[in-house]
Design a protein around this ligand. Sequence first.
Ligand code: AVI
Length: 325
Amino acid sequence: MNATCPNTTNVSFHDYQPELESFRHAVLHGLAHEHKQIPPKFFYDERGSQLFEAILEQPEYYVPHVEKQLYRDYAPEIATLIGAESVLIEPGSGSCEKVQLLLDALRPAAYVPMDISGDFLRQSSAALGETFPWLHIHAACLDFTRELKLPQHVPQGRRVVFIPGSSLGNFDLPEAQHFLFHIAQLVGKGGGLLIGVDRKKDKAVLETAYNDAAGVTADFNLNLLVRINNELGGNFDLAQFAHYACYNEAMGRIEMHLTSLTAQRVQVAGKTFSFREGERIHTENSYKYHPAEFIALASAAGFTCEQHWTDPANLFGLYYCTVRA
Ligand code: AVI
């Protein structure tokens, strides 16, 4: 279904009606597992999205500040590498905030934001279309982890996928490999990938970033239980669970969990789940990559790294890769 957003003629909206994985199914299945787990995509209800925006403002969570500075510093160089009149594609575009730091330098022929949340995508694309009236926006509402396709009538030009925010880190390694492979297929030979990926670093810096002093990341994590209580008739007592985030050095990832502070039983959707004291629900992994590790991962998916940039403290990596001929 195609429609043009009401107030902006430079924005078209394409709804591929993504199937939403049932929260109920994921929770009942995940809590019945020997190692209790709930996928991180369920963090993002309205309150969860607001809390995530607040995480981005926390001084300890260096990712957005450092990454944005890289775009400010290197936008002209990035634009020279990508070339004019490209088609810039952003899976999981959210608020379309970071791309705005590149658009004036890049002047793409079209921008294709993709998001699973139709309402959010409509709002952010319309706002972007007003700020950049010259930009042709073809918004696609889809689940990019299941299908990665471009709307019809997207102009010709080098296709470049843009993935900021280290979102790749939330995929396990085989999923990350798979995702990069699909991106290579979408952009084709000579097509590009501009991607921000968080780097491995001192454990204390990483753990501080996911345990901010204001407790916003803790609230974000615990909000999952609030969601279960509200949407699935759960009776989690939030005072009996605690946010836990640690760096698993062997796996190269930050892990987030919710720890049961006592032995207890909890009801969800009419089913009972028992927790031992100290038992955890695993809620998120955030993988970190040394530049050589990311470059090898991208290479296995068919990409050559043309250029990479980092900040003076080597916290974050930004990579521009192209698909090998
Ligand atoms: C969305 N994603 C890249 C964030 C991360 O760092 O893995 C999610 C996040 N979780 C806690 N803080 C931020």
